[in-house]
Design a protein around this ligand. Structure first.
Ligand code: UDP
Ligand code: MG
Length: 312
């Protein structure tokens, strides 16, 4: 029977959470009384996660597990699951139970009302102060730069209609940010408020570096505004320098030669060198993305798909 709802869960070293997750998710799905499938994408876990998942795939007919060859990141794991998903409505959620499975029927109902992308806003978000502030800034910057109207890009408890997912599947970019990608294909996006919990077990799989990388992908993957802003800033600085040079030139005739203020000059110089390096960095981000795209290497490698009579 073709599933109506596909649940998609990326997993990276979540052995402490999988049991609880399944214990809460499965009854919710059964309660909906519609055919469903649960696709776990194991993103190269090095703990017992994969063993636990394959066991689930053998026990539950609805469970399939995509086994990756290594760690390709949360968004690639979801992309791989999208490709094999068969449902009419796809739901993504995290494995650490920060997104309560009990909210799924609410999202499904919203899609059934005709919204093709349903985002979520985390009520009383349970994360560190640092994460919340950083996330707030990223959300504002992303809204400004991409012009997309979305309140909370970071929350992964989301629902997508099959049409949107099929368009996502046609995108072959090497690094991406799924909520933003989906938003570009949405014709009638909507949002609901969902509860948010602290991570049950283990710790966040995002180091500061990974988090930065992800946000660069979001900024440079969906907009060229950073480049344009930088060009604009360059033009303004050049104009200001010309005005300053004229000022110094005239002043030379009025007050004569001056050599004071060497350190002020250094400070100004360092400031501008900093800005220049930053600008090169931004350009580098785009060049790096272009390089990744032209290489056309596989974005992820699936070793095996478990469950549903072990296809492939
Ligand atoms: N995840 C993944 N690959 C990674 C990092 C994370 O599949 O390289 C999964 C992880 O197992 C979890 C989800 O993505 O299901 C969100 O990760 P996490 O909870 O660590 O992120 P946070 O909540 O701290 O943003
Ligand atoms: Mg989490």
């Amino acid at each position: 029977m073709t599933p109506y709802v596909s649940i998609i869960i990326p997993v990276y070293n979540e052995e402490g959470n999988l049991g609880n997750l399944m214990g809460r998710l499965y009854p919710v799905m059964q309660g909906m009384a519609k055919p469903f499938e649960i696709i776990f994408a194991d993103d190269g876990s090095r703990d017992r996660s994969l063993a636990m998942l394959t066991e689930m795939a053998a026990t539950y007919p609805e469970v399939r597990v995509i086994e990756f060859n290594g760690n390709f990141g949360q968004h690639m794991a979801i992309m791989a699951a999208f490709e094999v998903s068969r449902g009419e409505i796809m739901i993504t959620l995290d494995a650490d139970l920060q997104n309560p499975p009990e909210e799924i029927p609410k999202l499904v109902a919203k899609v059934e009302k005709g919204h093709d992308v349903v985002g979520s806003i985390r009520q009383k978000r349970q994360d560190t102060f640092f994460r919340k502030t950083a996330s707030l800034m990223v959300n504002i910057a992303t809204r400004k730069m991409t012009g997309m109207k979305m309140s909370d890009y970071g929350c992964m408890l989301r629902a997508y209609h099959r049409n949107v997912v099929e368009n996502i599947n046609r995108c072959q970019e090497a690094s991406t940010f799924i909520p933003a990608l989906a938003q570009t294909f949405a014709s009638s996006p909507s949002e609901v408020e969902v509860a948010h919990a602290e991570r049950m077990e283990g710790e966040s799989k995002y180091s500061l570096y990974k988090l930065l990388r992800l946000n660069f992908d979001l900024m440079t993957g969906f907009s060229v505004v950073p480049l344009q802003l930088f060009a604009l800033f360059g033009i303004l600085t050049a104009l200001a320098s010309v005005a300053f040079a004229i000022f110094l030139f005239i002043r030379r005739f009025i007050v004569g030669a001056e050599v004071e203020g060497v350190f002020t000059l250094f400070a100004i110089l360092f400031f501008f060198i900093g800005i220049t390096i930053f600008g090169i960095g931004i350009v580098g981000e785009y060049v790096g993305r272009i390089y990744q795209e032209v290489r056309r290497r596989p974005r992820y490698v699936v070793r095996k798909i478990h469950g549903a009579a072990d296809e492939r």
